[in-house]
Write a protein that binds this ligand. Structure first.
Ligand code: UDX
Length: 434
């Protein structure tokens, strides 16, 4: 199959490289000339474990190339993916679809022969209809089908998620498009990955429903952690105790500082808006958004309490800035709320992150960055672990204690054992555990 992938952001690049690895002929297209030049020279503009090797190998073997103009690739393609960004629109929380619509028009102008146009970007229900109408307007005689095929990739695990997904969702009522989509994902079906064929609107909603449900699950366990703290119970054991019930499931039950990232915050907000406008409000999701926003700021109060109620003039060491490990992505990261809240109360912040510092420098003010975890701790009044990078999981506690001015450790990801920390002589605070 010949595939044109429009947009070399996170989703586009990972999907393009993986389809090439399946044996298809893929061209990834982006208007950003710098990005394309970088990709052509063997570089990868995003941080994702394993992606650079995957891209380089498929380029070398002749199945993957890059272009700034979509004409040639779209004309030759059986399948054209739209994988451009859909940021939150300023002011109203709706997804901004201008990039999707612009791509649709351009595709319409140049496509040739039966073309399957697939929306991979996360788009509100009904966007597929709009894309179809737009293409139809540009090419009244065009032979094409517009399909919804949402992605469920997690940053940091995207290649594995693509190659071993729990399911593939395809929304179309066109039988030819259905056959082409089945052929495209064929290597997965040999592994018996379930494929859910459904209507386009249902498929569009599945993506939002999945993300909202996961965000709700995290928020549930986060509130449960607060309750555990109030009544003297242990949230990790609550997670285990409920997660073993197959109806609940053990994943996404880790209490923490609140969810962040490029998907959950944006998608829950967009879904809330869609539901309100459809006069079918999703009150649980509304509450999830509200509770999560409050939580990120409340984490600063937790740190302040651990420091005896006052951080004014104190130095707080922060370990981990990105919204989760194995990414350099700072979007909606809890650190972006926690650090300014500490600074507002008079604290100085010194921080270390294995991959996020370059991004963090653009977003946070007056933070001193270090090149390793122990350097951040040196002489600090407390250390806060905000992101559970592996390299923070086995710190030498003697060194930690020696580096800190006072031995205060706030672990917002529950990566240490309270009993061991006590034994090490540290004043240890975690989330939802006695
Ligand atoms: C998510 C979805 O998982 C993925 O299917 C979708 O396509 C995009 O959005 P991602 O944002 O990359 O992926 O990260 P994910 O691993 O889901 O984590 C999201 C946020 O939730 C992070 O801030 C993480 O720290 C937090 N989280 C996750 C928890 O606090 N507790 C958990 O148990 C799981």
């Amino acid at each position: 199959m010949r595939v044109a992938m429009i947009g070399t952001g996170y989703v586009g690049l990972v999907s393009g490289a993986c389809f090439a690895d399946f044996g298809h002929q893929v061209t990834c297209i982006d208007k950003n000339e710098e990005k394309i030049a970088l990709l052509r020279s063997g570089g990868v503009p995003i941080y994702e474990p394993g992606l650079d090797q995957l891209v380089q190998r498929n380029v070398r073997e002749g199945r993957l190339d890059f272009a700034t103009d979509l004409t040639e690739a779209v004309r030759a393609a059986d399948v054209v993916f739209i994988a451009v960004g859909t940021p939150s629109r300023r002011g109203d929380g709706h997804a901004d679809l201008s990039y999707v619509y612009a791509a649709a028009e351009e595709i319409g102008q140049v496509m040739d022969g039966f073309t399957v146009v697939v929306n991979k970007s996360t788009v509100p229900v009904g966007t597929g209809d709009e894309v179809e109408a737009l293409i139809r307007k540009v090419r009244p005689d065009g032979d094409f089908a517009v399909v919804s095929n949402p992605e469920f990739l997690r940053e940091g695990a995207a290649i594995d998620d693509f190659k071993r997904p729990d399911r593939v969702v395809v929304g179309t009522e066109d039988p030819r498009a259905r056959d082409i989509m089945r052929e495209l994902y064929r290597p997965l079906f040999l592994n018996e990955t379930p494929i859910v064929f459904t209507s386009r609107r249902t498929s569009e909603l599945i993506k939002y429903a999945a993300n909202a449900f996961l965000a709700m699950k995290i928020t549930f366990i986060n509130e449960m952690a607060d309750l555990c703290e109030a009544v003297g119970a242990n949230v990790q054991e609550v997670s285990k105790g409920i997660g073993l019930d197959g109806r609940i499931g053990s994943k996404f039950l880790h209490a923490g500082p609140g969810y962040g990232g490029s998907c959950f915050p944006k998608d829950t907000l967009a879904l809330v808006r869609t539901a309100q406008e459809a006069h079918a409000p999703l009150q649980l999701v509304e509450a999830t958004v509200r509770v999560n926003d409050t939580r990120k700021r409340a984490m600063a109060d937790k740190v302040i309490a651990a420091c005896g109620g006052d951080v004014s003039g104190k130095t707080i060491a922060v370990l981990g800035l990105t919204f989760k490990p194995n990414t350099d992505d700072m979007r909606e990261a809890p650190s972006l709320d926690i650090i300014p809240a500490l600074q507002a109360r008079g604290a100085r912040v010194r921080a270390y992150d294995p991959a996020g510092i370059e991004e963090a420098e653009k977003l946070l003010k007056d933070v001193e960055y270090t090149t390793g975890p122990y350097l951040a701790l040196d002489g600090a009044d407390a250390v806060v672990i905000i992101t559970e990078w592996n390299e923070f999981r086995a710190l030498d506690m003697d060194r930690v204690k020696a580096a800190l001015k006072s031995p205060v450790v706030v672990d917002l990801r529950n990566i240490y054992d309270p009993a061991e920390m006590k034994e090490a002589g540290l004043s240890y605070t975690s989330v939802g555990r006695p």
